[in-house]
Write a protein that binds this ligand. Sequence first.
Ligand code: ZN
Length: 147
Amino acid sequence: MDTSPPEPRLSALYQELILDHYRRPRNKGALEGATHSVSLNNPLCGDEIDLQLRVDADVIRDVRFIGRGCSISQASASMMTQLLKDRTVPQALTLAARMSAMMQGDESAAKDKSLGDLRALAGVSKFPVRIKCALLPWNALTDAVKP
Ligand code: ZN
């Protein structure tokens, strides 16, 4: 017997987590001593992300963002910053690839613990228009660290 909670309850829990990050974003604000920064927007939705990183010897020592827009874009940015600190650049790019796979409906990515709170966004893959919202901060990350 499958004893996991029914899907609607799980979705409600995830919705709560998304709203929590939206209302109380982690690592929001300007980063002093940033070595990399990228601003991106998603004109379809009006989302804006300015991602700032302090990278030293290929390790992300600190990361912050400034942004505004829908709950999905801002929650994704907040959740992403939680994961990036003290990761190497290649590790960060691996996470970006997992996030992208999850947005394409990859179920193994949606269960990947390395994505942390971001797994709450797995359901967004069913809404193609919102996928750009969820990936906006990740695209900023990829742009920021590419050589
Ligand atoms: Zn959006």
